[in-house]
Design a protein around this ligand. Structure first.
Ligand SMILES: [Zn+2]
Length: 430
């Protein structure tokens, strides 16, 4: 077989020769086969071929300089897809090629949409069942209301009122002053009943009835979660879903900030607002470099800490953080010494930093080892575990009245304590 044929063979059956039958040279990894290649220009060790264990231990901080050999065999131009060798034209080419994904083809689109459709139908059916169940409990509550109403029946009885009104109507053309008087009297009687249990005049009768209303309010209050249903929330839900689908549609066709997996077309608009140069796709690609993506780098606080610290002085950096929570909220922070802001992608709101507030503190001093990052004055606190993080929006970043955001502590994540499930960090070049 010639080399060329061999190569073609790989293209058709990319995983055919894997795993490579080459043992790792590390004496502690004797049972491991090599899978990766280390791409750093100058290295001390004899070999660049690494096994899974090497990558998990010795090289865990350098995953952005490691390529999977299987990937290279499948597509030689994918070798630099995770690296960031600035000033290297091969890197530029790989970035350029990698930003256009032809593997995500028609079949992939159809099957992906089908996955969304299926899980959407499943979720929707689940929601329907839950709401119908809630309605049963709502129905039970209605019967206890009927009991309460029966105690008040006589005061709301409108039979006499209806009769007075009917009688008056019948005499439309021959309405005498006497009829007028009878009608007035009828209406007055009705109103008088409504006021019968005025607290001052009929205190003794008033109190037990008042107590039974109060007791019902309490029972309802305790059960409120189960039975109060709002149609408008379903309407809002539909609107939100439509917006999200629209977002997907736009993302596929025109999104410029394509190196971010978490962002939608909103990020393009935000970036453009921050700097009009970002109107251009290639400027965004050149200037905004991904330095962390939890999908590949994991949610590893030590790793995040070191990646950011190695950039140098924090106050000289322009960084973009995007977080996604387990409650499906996506928000983030643009950190820059002149123009920091917090944004919420879905709600499309931005909160500018107040004067003399430090936008980002990494946990340098380890005084509070639980904390990994603090944005503003606790406006967002990301904990090392990424679990149970909190937000006090409005402390260091301003919230204006016009933004009408209600509860500032739950605004970003829709929860007071939130878990980060995905995260991207970008460095913005000057
Ligand atoms: Zn090894």
């Amino acid at each position: 077989m010639s080399l060329e044929e061999d190569h073609r063979d790989h293209k058709e059956n990319p995983k055919k020769r894997l795993p490579l039958k080459i043992k790792c040279e590390d004496l502690n990894h004797q049972n491991e086969l090599v899978e990766y290649i280390f791409l750093k220009e100058k290295i001390n060790q004899r070999t660049r071929l690494l096994c899974r264990k090497c990558v998990e231990t010795k090289f865990s901080q350098q995953t952005n300089e490691i390529a999977l050999i299987a990937d290279i065999l499948e597509d030689p131009y994918s070798v630099l897809k995770f690296t960031n060798y600035q000033g290297n034209v091969n890197q530029d080419l790989c970035d350029f090629i990698y930003s256009y994904d032809f593997k995500f083809n028609e079949d992939a689109i159809i099957s992906q949409i089908d996955v969304i459709r299926q899980s959407f139908l499943y979720q929707l059916t689940k929601l329907e069942r839950k709401l119908v169940e809630s309605f049963q409990s709502f129905k039970e509550a209605e019967s206890s209301l009927d009991v309460l109403k029966s105690k008040f029946e006589q005061y709301f009885d409108n039979k006499d009122l209806i009769k007075s009104l009917d009688d008056a109507e019948k005499k439309f053309d021959s309405f005498t002053p006497k009829d007028k008087q009878i009608l007035r009297q009828g209406v007055n009687e009705y109103v008088k009943k409504l006021h019968f249990y005025d607290q001052k005049e009929n205190h003794e009768k008033f109190q037990p009835l008042f107590d039974s209303v109060k007791a019902n309010k309490q029972i309802f209050g305790n059960k409120e979660k189960q039975f109060r249903l709002f149609k408008f929330k379903l309407d809002q839900g539909l609107e939100m879903l439509q917006r999200e689908i629209q977002n997907m549609e736009q993302t596929f066709s025109t999104q410029k900030f394509s190196s971010s997996e978490l962002s939608t077309i909103y990020m393009d608009q935000l970036l453009e607002k921050i700097n009009p140069d970002f109107k251009l796709h290639n400027i965004i690609q050149d200037k905004i470099q991904k330095i962390y993506n939890s999908r590949y780098d994991g949610l590893d606080s030590q790793n995040v800490y070191e990646k950011i610290i190695q950039l140098g002085r924090l106050d000289m950096q322009t960084l973009l953080f995007i977080f996604q929570t387990s409650s499906f909220q996506t928000f983030g922070v643009w950190v820059d010494k002149n123009s920091s802001l917090i944004f919420h992608q879905g709600k499309q709101q931005e909160f500018q930093i107040k004067n003399n507030v430090q936008p980002l503190k990494m946990n340098y001093d380890m005084k509070n080892p639980e904390r990994l990052m603090t944005f503003g004055r606790d406006d967002i606190i990301i904990l090392s575990s990424f679990v149970g993080c909190i937000s006090k929006l409005g402390e260091g970043f301003s919230v204006t009245d016009a933004q009408e955001i209600g509860d500032k502590e739950t605004y970003l994540a829709n929860q007071k304590y939130f878990n980060i499930v995905k995260m991207e960090i970008f460095q913005v070049q000057k």
